[in-house]
Design a protein around this ligand. Structure first.
Ligand SMILES: *Cc1c(COP(=O)(O)O)cnc(C)c1O
Length: 379
């Protein structure tokens, strides 16, 4: 039987083994481990790739948000509007700086809905933190209009959207800051944990640069209370190498999405994400390919029995549905779309190592499951 894992971790390394070994040998031989040239080179490349004034490599995407929120002065008493269809990390970052997450509903593309954000804004908030989910930007025109109308600051958890654009502008560059994650399965993954924060605001930039390194200023003085949240120079060296090929891997992800789109679009039992060329305003990078499926659990077992790995994002629960956490705003939940979506959502394999043949195999199985005739022609 053919087997297609949801994500092929060893492939991250084996694809470019020789280059990675060379990088490892070079960096380690020089003893260049902490805050060295590869890190600042990577930061320069990253900021020019997305079009930001400042970029800082940090330990991971979660700490990038925590540092950014602190630098932006978010703390006790602040309410931050976000989607409940996000990783716990988005809400945790807000909680850990002393602020309160307030959830808005999702729209037809499963991303935070500007209308729902507006409804929540009427009840009072400090900021909106959008999650640029699955490699797609939210409706940034709508979100920015609401922020403007209610005087809210905008932040972006763009952990899943490096390279994605809305009207030509990169995910991460709309907010006072944007954050990325380099967790191995992310679109630009390193060999462990890693993250970055980008911003155009000098004050946030200086603050984050200090906070990630024990509050140290450039001259080595301690300027404020900080922590240790630096991106390893070795990881930065691998990322610097991989960033140069990022556009190719995005291109491949978009090709895979186009095959899924073509082969699955006639199945009325499932709802697909917008296709790669459906909308001139969005350039999606397909970090994930998340669909809404009738009989989702049966589909998952069926695909599993045929050797195909799938994943239900966040363990099948929206953030507000996590019972052990103390969400104070429970009376204001109007998250109908989010809750329906979580009974149907499932992610199909999506990464650059998939072959066309594998994508067709998966698509044909889904056709078979719902009783549709699979397309015979090969891609
Ligand atoms: C991965 C992810 C994060 C956290 O990134 P880490 O690097 O794992 O800390 C935050 N938000 C979203 C939406 C993510 O997918």
């Amino acid at each position: 039987m053919k087997s297609v894992p949801f994500f092929n971790y060893p492939d991250l390394y084996s694809k470019d083994r020789e280059n990675f070994q060379k990088i490892f040998d070079d960096v380690c031989s020089r003893g260049a481990f902490i805050l060295q040239k590869e890190l600042s080179d990577f930061e320069s490349e990253l900021k020019s790739y997305v079009g930001a004034s400042y970029a800082y490599g940090v330990s991971d995407g979660t700490n990038a948000m925590i540092l950014g929120l602190k630098a932006a002065g978010i703390g006790d008493g602040d309410k931050i509007i976000m989607s409940s269809h996000t990783y716990i990390a988005t809400a945790a970052a807000v909680k850990l700086v002393g602020a309160t997450p307030v959830f808005a509903d999702i729209g037809h593309d499963n991303l935070i809905c500007a209308k729902s954000v507006e409804k929540m804004s009427e009840k009072g908030a400090t900021a909106v933190m959008v999650t640029q989910l699955n490699g797609r930007c939210c409706d940034m025109d709508g979100i920015q209009a609401v922020c403007h109308k209610y005087g809210l600051t905008l932040f972006e958890d763009s952990a899943q959207a490096l390279g994605a654009k809305f009207k030509g502008r990169a995910a991460g560059t709309f907010g006072a800051f944007g954050t990325y994650s380099f967790y191995p399965a992310k679109i630009l993954g390193c060999f462990g944990d890693g993250g970055a924060l980008i911003t155009d605001e000098k004050k946030i930039a200086n603050d984050v640069a200090m906070r990630r390194d024990h509050g140290r200023t450039e001259s080595g003085e301690i300027g404020l209370w900080g922590t240790n949240s630096r991106l390893d120079n070795l990881q930065a060296a691998f990322l610097l190498f991989k960033l140069k090929k990022l556009d190719l891997s995005i291109k491949r992800r978009r090709e895979i999405a186009a095959i899924y789109d073509r082969r699955l679009k006639d199945i009325s039992e499932i709802i697909l994400p917008p296709g790669p060329n459906d909308d001139d305003h969005h350039f999606d990078v397909f970090q994930n390919y998340e669909i809404a499926a009738n009989d989702r659990d049966k589909l998952k077992s069926f695909l599993h029995s045929k050797g195909v790995g799938t994943l239900i994002q966040w363990g099948g629960k929206a953030v507000h549905q996590l019972k052990n956490l103390d969400f104070e705003c429970s009376e204001s939940f109007e998250l109908e779309r989010t809750e329906i979506f979580f009974t149907k959502c499932i992610m199909l394999p999506m990464n650059e190592t998939l072959t066309d043949h594998e994508v067709c195999y998966i698509s044909n199985l889904i056709c078979l499951f719902y009783g549709y005739k699979p397309e015979v022609a090969h891609e």
